[in-house]
Design a protein around this ligand. Structure first.
Ligand code: NI
Length: 213
């Protein structure tokens, strides 16, 4: 089992080099992996499934992989010779982990999936969340802030994918919603601090935007 984890770590490290987005680099995976282990311990989840899914969770991301297949993660798991039940459990997580817009239903059903999803969401909020929101906007050539763009709160997956807006819109359309969408008790607890930090950040941001600071 340990061998499978180590080999997967190496495989993912190599794979993430292809992504030209600093918000989805190996270090994001490493942070999610660490946080997922911590939550899994507190929640009593299956550690092997959690670690493998955390390592592979962005390999087939819909934002980078338009046809939405999970072939990469699945064929990797098959090459490790894992049993099909274990493979299915891991692939279920990889397939369903992404936030696909605030109006879309969450398809994650297993405790292990909930743990990894929480860990991934935690990395999207807090200080890293702020950094990633602007980095992603830069990558997509989206403005930092555009007062003329209205904030939408109930987006379908299609609207969410096509959404341009601004980095600040992204806080309202995704990041500030994540605290209440944590699946586990441990995840909710960790989200509090990070959420409060973003609120403080935005308060200051709008003070400056309005010439009040
Ligand atoms: Ni991720």
């Amino acid at each position: 089992m340990q061998d499978a984890i180590e080999r997967t770590e190496e495989y993912v490290k190599q794979n993430m080099k292809e992504y030209k987005d600093a918000t989805h680099d190996w270090f994001h995976i490493e942070r999610v992996w660490k946080t997922a282990k911590k939550i899994a311990q507190e929640e009593g989840a299956d550690m092997f499934i959690v670690e493998m899914a955390a390592l592979l969770h962005d390999i087939d991301d819909f934002k980078f992989n338009e046809n939405g297949t999970t072939l990469k993660s699945k064929s990797w798991l098959e090459s490790l010779g894992l049993d099909s039940d274990t493979i299915d459990k891991i692939v279920h997580i990889v397939e369903n982990i992404s936030f696909k817009g605030s109006a879309e239903e969450n398809k994650i059903q297993t405790l292990e999936g909930k743990v990894v999803q929480d860990a991934d969401r935690l990395d999207a909020i807090g200080a890293f969340g702020v950094a990633c929101a602007f980095t992603y906007a830069g990558y997509k050539n989206i403005p930092i802030f555009n007062p003329a763009v209205e904030i939408r709160n109930n987006m379908s997956f299609d609207e969410y994918k096509k959404n341009e807006g601004s980095a600040i819109n992204h806080f309202h359309e995704k990041l500030l919603l994540l605290k209440d969408r944590m699946n586990t008790k441990a995840g909710k607890f960790l989200a509090e601090d990070r959420h409060n930090f973003m609120e403080t950040y935005l308060k200051q941001f709008f003070k400056e935007a309005n010439g009040e600071s």
